[in-house]
Design a protein around this ligand. Structure first.
Ligand code: TYC
Length: 96
């Protein structure tokens, strides 16, 4: 009989950060509205995140479960596409 080792531990579900990328065309006002609408930030926090992205090239808009992060990315990309802006974002695992 062959006994196979069964992993004792399953990995805890990880957290994913939604990272927004800078570009030269999307209006700052649009990015601020998107961050408020989809990431629940107030005007001041959304403006600070937008400026960080503008200056650093990218920034984290929020941290979620994998599914929720993927939904946020879809919502942002759809809103940007509909408005005709090249705004891009992605989700990636948070490492700690
Ligand atoms: N760089 C853009 C501009 O000058 C503004 C911008 C900020 C675009 C953040 C995308 O994720 C972004 N209009």
């Amino acid at each position: 009989m062959v006994l196979e080792r069964v992993p004792l531990k399953t990995k805890p579900p990880g957290l994913y950060q939604v990272v927004m990328l800078n570009d030269d065309y999307t209006p700052m006002e649009f990015v601020v509205v998107v961050i408020q609408e989809f990431f629940g930030k107030d005007l001041e926090a959304a403006t600070a995140i937008m400026l960080k992205i503008h200056l650093d090239g990218k920034g984290v808009c929020g941290v979620y479960s994998k599914d929720v992060a993927a939904t946020k990315v879809d919502q942002v990309l759809e809103a940007a596409h509909k408005a005709g802006h090249p705004l891009k974002c992605l989700s990636e695992p948070v490492d700690f």
